[in-house]
Design a protein around this ligand. Sequence first.
Ligand code: RB5
Length: 149
Amino acid sequence: MKIALGSDHAGLPLKKEIIEHLQNKGMEIKDFGTYTEASCDYPEFALKVAEEVTAQNYEFGILVCGTGIGISIAANKVPGIRAAVCGDTFSAHACRQHNNANILALGQRVVGVGLALDIVDIFLETEFEGDRHQRRIDKISEIEKKYCK
Ligand code: RB5
């Protein structure tokens, strides 16, 4: 499984923990930045990871900022991206099963490392259920077609 990762400065320490965790599991990962603790702007990294996921170069993306909110809002502007902020394992499960989320967003200032790694594992292991959920995702795509010109 190939995973694209990105963060701003506020999410950098948690992103490093996630990278180590995924590498220990033998996953192929690429970190699209940021690489230093210098203050930076999360939309830049959201865009890079979102474009890699929609180009199908990576199966999933994982983004980290202070809250997970800003970076997910930015990623969700890219058509085809369904980024979900998760602060609990139930949401990590549900956003894959029901929403076919293709990017997981985490808040370094919200979740501890242990919970974050559990969320990551559940997100990556859970399959999309399809069926009625696909119909709803198709309706999201219709909204994109209407407004993303
Ligand atoms: C950076 O201070 C912080 O605003 C950012 O990481 C994120 O939490 C925004 O949503």
